[in-house]
Design a protein around this ligand. Sequence first.
Ligand code: AMP
Ligand code: MG
Length: 354
Amino acid sequence: MRAEVVSMDAEHLDKEVIKKAGQILKNGGLVAFPTETVYGLGGNALDPKASMKIYAAKGRPSDNPLIVHIAEIEKLKEVTTEIPEGARILAEKYWPGPLTMILPKADIVPKETTGGLDSVAVRFPSDVIAQELIKAAGGFVAAPSANTSGRPSPTMAEHVEEDLGDAIDMILDGGQVGIGLESTIVDFTEKIPVVLRPGYISLEMLQETLGEVRMDKGLLITDSSVRPKAPGMKYRHYAPEADLSIVEGETEKVITYINSRASEAEKQGKTVGIIATDETAGLYKAGVIRSIGSRAEEETIAHHLYEVLRDFDGDGVSAIFSEAFYTPKMGQAIMNRLLKAAGHKIIKVQEEQK
Ligand code: AMP
Ligand code: MG
């Protein structure tokens, strides 16, 4: 099977195509579609067989639960047994948008969709193509990111085709996504809401709205002794083919260090990849240099992260070195993904050179 790829403009929706895609989902098939965060791989969330197909297509471990996407707020109560006040407030403020909430699951959601858990992750995306598809499919679409498990998440339809073109029925191509990093996940099954995955909606924004919100301990500690509560966060993720290291420290020292590694590699007939920014790209002397965006506009860094990681795969680089991006608002989310992609390999230049 080769997926049918159909381009679509959110402002001029092709109702016939949406209807056809919705029917594929109703019949238990798989359709990839754009959202404002990354591309999702959709299946009917209430059909256990469809969820099993999603795991198989992605090569995803089946203990890693899927997010149920809805396109009407009234649907939330059908998939949950309880909606705490805090969840109501967040839904009101941030839905539709890049926010996923974990709530106690209703019986109609099969355990295949929730990776065996009694809770369910729910999101109401703001992308119009996503919304229309979800409605056409009956209202509940399970959709993890539409990449092969472990690879960088897809931010354009071409990435989905690369990974899953032979494994799914249809791809709706709505162009490049807006945010480029997956949704923020907030767990409401505990007394104090817990962020299980950082995203565009930051911990500070959530605290401003709700008061007390904490970060999952498994996200803050970089060793493996504390397990993250979102099952998916424990896996290595987003990884490019070449070995990736993050170089931290004063900008000048970071550049000097990476330049020395790049020229070392060159002497051995190898080429390194370098993840730079618009501000620093001109200062590197050797290797394949890619700017990820501008530190002055941190959204651009989030937006290009996965694309840049994927782009190095065709280059045959022997290793990749990246600057660190602890930017003010999205830094937590960006570094969470970059650290996973690097398998937590960090080179601290100040210390090394003392
Ligand atoms: P993805 O579908 O690729 O965006 O990943 C979804 C993330 O949500 C994974 O890290 C899952 O482990 C997490 N997740 C989904 N459902 C639950 C749940 N019920 N409890 C905790 N984490 C969840
Ligand atoms: Mg994913």
